[in-house]
Design a protein around this ligand. Structure first.
Ligand SMILES: Cc1ncc(C[n+]2csc(CCOP(=O)(O)OP(=O)(O)O)c2C)c(N)n1
Ligand SMILES: [Mg+2]
Length: 281
């Protein structure tokens, strides 16, 4: 297993990329991206069985990941680039006209690593379940991972998907919730409370794990446990307790940076807090 400290170093570079991409485009979503970075790094750089050099849309023979909360595309794009799906230099085209790195992931531009368009919230879990079901039907011993936002869980389609997955014993699926307690307009509990989220998933028939979502060792522990839970007739979900804006002091503790780009001075202050570990693009 890779030393968690080394993975955290990758996270630091990914966070730099996020700040530089959103600043460069003067638009985008830094808050959720920074918070979910460690989970995506753990998945792509340690846990998933995948081959960046052999990307195919159907993902046959590989583990696949579906980003449902597509607005955190900067985190996904950086992790994909840093893992070898495409050259990191392309990160500089984020949100530019005609780019493969659209503000929300899309498929028609053909960016390696992206298999669905997402950003219209609520849909990714359904797609992930379909992919997981097809892997089961093909007797493919590979897994499907899916990340959702906690505000996104207010979408009704999520709960229809949750029922379907349990009812159809989709047990090669590991979903996760970016449980940062915040969304576009403020705290999730003020917009529409999720209540006892663990109890909700459990009563929908899922195995529920929890993790400190900005603690690399704990993320790896939870993912390893989640993998042990697969193949036993139930879908698995990890509640990732994350902090929106993690890694940049003035972006934490508020929803303000959900979808706002830092100006020149703010970007500089943010980058001072994030070690450059793999070289800026
Ligand atoms: C169907 C749909 N409704 C509304 C939106 C607008 N929207 C974009 S992000 C967001 C908040 C999502 O909250 P959460 O999933 O918690 O993401 P976070 O703010 O934590 O990154 C909303 C309402 C959308 N993209 N899609
Ligand atoms: Mg949230």
């Amino acid at each position: 297993m890779t030393d968690p400290a080394l993975l955290s170093k990758i996270s630091s570079q990914v966070r730099r990329d996020i700040i530089r991409m959103v600043h460069g485009a003067a638009s985008g979503h830094p808050g959720g991206s920074l918070g979910a970075t460690d989970y995506l790094v753990a998945l792509y750089h340690e846990v998933m069985e995948h081959d960046p050099g052999d990307f195919s849309m159907d993902g046959k023979g590989q583990d696949i990941f579906i980003l449902s909360n597509g607005h955190i595309s900067p985190a996904l794009y950086s992790v994909l680039a840093r893992r070898g799906y495409f050259p990191p230099e392309e990160l500089g085209t984020f949100r530019k006209l005609g780019t493969r790195l659209q503000g929300h992931p899309c498929v028609e531009k053909g960016l390696p690593g992206v298999r669905i368009a997402s950003g219209s919230l609520g849909q990714g879990l359904s797609v992930a379940i379909g992919a997981a079901l097809s892997k089961k039907l093909n007797n493919e011993n590979k897994k499907v991972y899916c990340l959702m936002g906690d505000g996104e869980l207010q979408e009704g389609q999520i709960w229809e998907a949750a029922m379907f997955a349990a009812g159809n014993e989709i047990d090669n699926l590991i979903a996760a919730v970016d449980y940062n307690g915040k969304q576009i307009d403020g705290p999730v509990d003020e917009v529409m409370p999720l209540g006892d989220l663990k109890a909700k998933w459990e009563v929908f028939g899922w195995d529920v794990l929890e993790a400190k979502g900005n603690h690399m060792e704990d993320i790896l522990r939870a993912l390893s446990e989640a993998n042990e839970h697969t193949g036993k007739g139930k879908p698995v979900v990890i509640l990732l307790h994350t902090e929106m804006g993690y890694g940049v002091d003035f972006m934490m503790g508020t929803h303000k940076w959900h979808g706002v780009a830092p100006n020149d001075e703010e970007a500089e202050r943010a980058l001072e807090q994030l070690e450059e570990t793999l070289g800026d693009y």
